[in-house]
Ligand binder design. Structure first.
Ligand code: DAH
Length: 344
């Protein structure tokens, strides 16, 4: 075959050039297919060798095999070059920049209800009260009976109670912190000056009521305690909590465990008294119930009503938090929206 060696030299040059010019693996495989793969040009020459004159076959065969071996080793070298380059690009892209500022932990703080709760507690501590606790799941006796709610008394309907089914007897989720009054008086002889913070539960839900909320109970029992002491204490509490000049209103009311009883209101801080949705157009917001301990309650705990007198009160913590911060919907406290909670 005249010119076979020139043809091989040309293929070798072109193949080498194509390998050198390959940008990626697919360019390289393409060059292999064209020049020295099974169906490439060099293989075609080798297949055609039989047709050559016998004296040329050996030289052409050797030359073609050398050309193929040369192209193969150039291919291998270029392939590892390309792979190395790709690896460097990938690692460059994935490199960690250790000079970037770190992502610190998000600093948290206490929930606004917890903050208000501990502020209330610290006001009463400064006024000489100690702190008592009791269980969230109460017996009917402590939640109602010993507080002078007789079994069928309509006053029980004032509190939408969650009853707990139990083999142990009549259990309820406590509807108020008042049972802690009874538990405390069972343990302590007068003088008593305690507050009792806690979670309470009622089947009640709207913009000012939540089925789970918090109260702080107060109880003082001693010789010669009068309603004037109660009024003085609560006036001072409001001054320390809301600042001076916030009017307070005592309204006659009824609770089975106090006589006389009062509901204490503070000027609505949402509307300033002109009337709004939150204060139900009254201009006032009830913050607590209070009164003089009913002598029949003393009967349940073995205190002598001839010797001792006492006052008691119970306030809603969410109500007070709403008043302090001007919040109009109690449910915001329990939706756990960070945008709301982080404002306090
Ligand atoms: N326990 C009452 C309630 O949750 C509030 C209350 C009223 C507590 C009068 C008292 C009190 O200690 O004397 O509705």
């Amino acid at each position: 075959m005249p010119g076979a060696s020139e043809q091989i030299t040309r293929l070798l040059d072109e193949g080498m050039a194509a390998i050198a010019a390959a940008r990626g693996e697919s360019d390289l495989l393409d060059a292999k297919g064209r020049f020295f793969g099974k169906k490439g040009a060099v293989s075609a020459i080798l297949k055609g060798i039989a047709a050559l004159p016998a004296e040329e076959r050996k030289a052409v065969g050797e030359m073609a095999n050398r050309a193929r071996a040369g192209l193969e080793s150039a291919f291998d070298a270029r392939l590892s070059e390309i792979r190395e380059k790709e690896r460097l690009v990938r690692e460059g892209r994935e490199r960690i920049d250790v000079t970037l500022p770190g992502r610190g932990p998000m600093p948290g703080h206490r929930h606004p209800v917890s903050q208000t709760m501990s502020d209330i507690i610290s006001v009463f501590r400064r006024l000489g009260f100690s702190v008592q606790g009791g269980p969230d799941v109460e017996t009917d006796y402590y939640n109602f009976e010993a507080l002078n709610f007789p079994p069928e008394h309509p006053a029980r309907d004032m509190q939408d109670t969650f009853y707990v089914e139990s083999a142990a007897g009549d259990l309820v989720l406590r509807t108020h912190t008042s049972p802690i009054q009874i538990r405390t008086m069972e343990r302590m002889k007068p003088p008593v000056r305690i507050i009792a913070p806690g979670t309470v539960y009622r089947s009640d839900s709207d913009i000012t009521h939540s089925p789970m909320f918090h109260q702080v109970e107060g109880l003082a029992v001693d010789r010669d305690i009068t309603m004037a002491d109660l009024k003085g204490l609560l006036t001072e509490f409001c001054r320390m909590t809301f600042g001076p000049g916030k009017p307070l209103r005592f309204r006659p009311s009824y609770f089975p465990f106090t006589e006389p009883s009062a509901e204490v209101d503070i000027r609505c801080v949402i509307c300033g008294g002109s009337g709004c949705r939150v204060c139900k157009e009254s201009g006032w917001l009830e913050i607590l119930g209070a009164g003089m301990v009913d002598p029949s309650v003393f009967g349940f705990v073995g205190y002598d009503p001839e010797e001792y007198a006492g006052f008691a009160f119970g306030m809603g913590v969410e109500r007070i938090a709403m008043l302090r911060h001007g919040i109009s919907d109690i449910r915001l406290f329990f939706e756990n929206d960070i945008r709301f909670l982080s404002q306090f």
